[in-house]
Design a protein around this ligand. Sequence first.
Ligand code: DAH
Length: 339
Amino acid sequence: MKLQDLIEQVRDTFNTAIESCHNVKDIQDVQIHYLGRKAGVVTNLFKELGVSAVEDRPSLGQQINDLKEYVTKSLVIREQIITEKLEKKTFVDLSLPGNPEFIGRLHPLTLIQNEIISVFEGMGFEVATGPDIETDYYNFEALNMPKDHPARDLQDTFYLEDGNLLRTHTSPVQIRVMEKTEPPIRIISPGRVYRKDTPDATHSPVFHQLEGLYVDEGVTLAELKGALLAFAQALFGQEMKIRFRSGFFPFTEPSVEYDFSCIICDGKGCSTCKDTGWVEISGAGMVDPAVFEFVGYDHEKYTGYAWGMGVERIAMMKYRINDIRLFYENDIRFLEQFS
Ligand code: DAH
């Protein structure tokens, strides 16, 4: 038989042989049979070259090389097909539960903040924001806290090298909004605030407040109480009560501290409310005329109420959490519980 025909014949028999390989051992046998160094069928073809006509050798040599490459590649591909099939057979168990995807979710503080915002939006308030880095003017001065005021104490406030500071409350947003807008104003302003507090179960150097401000002609303290009561009931249920105690803030006159009835014991008295039946929320009051002067409002014409609110405190009540640090530790087991 001519070498040319022999090459074709080897290719045909190889094709049949590889088709009937069903495991790695079959592949190895075929490989040795065709490519074996001493007596492989393809290897032997090279030996035949020596007895063919000199002028045919380059072309025949090329053909044998091509065949060798074809055989090599085909063996690799066949092995891949076989092992993939084996893997599928071994590992696909339709009764196994799937691998659940980890789905991110909103942080509990974001959830509660969104809920608070939506309640006040329902009463006609709009969200306004201000910067975390504030000037002394907005954080203190324009809120009627002059240079020697104790609230400016270095021990409580993070001052920056350039003389600015990290805002200690969200009240500066009141000034920023009033400066730019004529009454009527009805805004809430959620955001981070910073104080030099040592972290413990109820203190964190970073926490969140939500400020509220309503300015118009004829606004009264009774309306403030109505708004805060409506809020408390929307968030915690119709049986909620609120109360005002007299307080002092430089930017309100009169000023009050406001409490919600304790949701843990329904106001009967427990350890959370220290047996008083009430939980302190924050401060509020009627905007001090001195503040209106700073923003150029006519305090004969307008009155307004304002309040602060600790977002963590509301979240702790709502979700019954007893340590504020949990909000900042990013423990997935804690965060997973909120959706
Ligand atoms: N800014 C006060 C604080 O951080 C809370 C506050 C009190 C806000 C009275 C007000 C207010 O708007 O009227 O403790």
